[in-house]
Design a protein around this ligand. Sequence first.
Ligand code: IMP
Length: 418
Amino acid sequence: MIVGAQWGDEGKGKIVDLLAQEADVVCRYQGGPNAGHTIIADGETWKIRQIPSGVLSGKVSVIGAGCVVDPQVFLDEIDHLESRGVSTEPVRLSGNAHLIMPWHVAIDRASERRLGKLQIGTTRRGIGPAYADKASRIGIRVQDVLDAKILREKIEVALAEKNVWLERVYEVEPFELEEVAGAYAEHASRLAPHIADTSLLVDESLRDGKHVIFEGAQGTLLDLDHGTYPFVTSSNPVASGGATGSGIGPNRLDEIVGVAKAYVTRVGEGPFPSEIEGERQAQVRELGGEYGTVTGRERRCGWLDLVALRYAVRVNGITSLALTKLDVLSAFDELPVCVGYLLPDGTETPHFPAHQSDFHHCRPVYESLPGWRAPLDDDLPGAARRYVEFVEEQLGVPVPLVGTGQERERILRAPVAR
Ligand code: IMP
């Protein structure tokens, strides 16, 4: 299980790509085209949104029941991968995953516009409205495309309500039944060969002794239940979501690898205690290329927050941590690391606040570690090694993987001797 330990964009794609070399199956279990995994391999850059990144290594690539799928994005991605010589034959799509319909995208956009200053800063891909319909039991699932009559009926029922909302509440254009039904009927024939019982597939793979990787999208602090609500996504990126979202028992997950950047980034709105003040934030953004894969938005940048990471270790049951982009910190003489939060009542805590007001108003307590001011190669400079050791000591989990550059090869295994 590979899970984001911060606010997403931790570099999970790179770690999945590395571990996928030794895996048979790679499975996504939540989220949809709001994710954006960037992988740089053999001088080529891949940006993947909907399909598990294991597809690049020819692995069976599963989109589980807990995902939401935009068929247009999915099929465009299939075409794009095929056009660059990647076979998409092993892509498997759960019939229980929910479809993102055009009105979900329209409602996501309109509702953010309407919220104005209070907006969540979503990726505007229809994620929240699709999951809301799923919870309301009026969603349309992938398997519905297999029966043209059922599909048309469901679209008709949905539009009867959604068009009223779109026109009267959001004051935007309604959708035409025939147009939507026609487009989705066309998608159906191309989706059909990929639709499978993915819970059974994953279970049988595990029973056969195969190696399955679960690939989380977004991150712990964007989790609907455990993240910084309401500035979260509408699914469960945390590790236990992997069992629900793929349809296996939680006892089948043996190793849980948290992925964290050596600093922190956040896209969208919401509190961010270790956000860097002054011009060093822009410096980190430039050095780290911190612009959204899906939206192109500037990411907010902060110093490493060990309070939030301690929380991620707890809520995911992280057994080891991959620390990515350590090279970005090579430019600094000293590196503040957030070890505690100072709460509004004057007390200091190492724990993530349970109450939102404490989190909104806390101040970071920093310990300053020396920088290394040198490029990173196979042998980490002493101060860089100390940085990694400090994270291990503070969190009580090993850090066996450290990212030192963009390319697939730029990753150190077990850089700190124990
Ligand atoms: P949504 O998932 O599009 O509804 O967006 C909800 C929140 O999650 C917003 O703050 C987004 O910026 C954030 N978010 C969604 N997907 C990602 C991601 O892959 N990386 C980072 N942030 C994300």
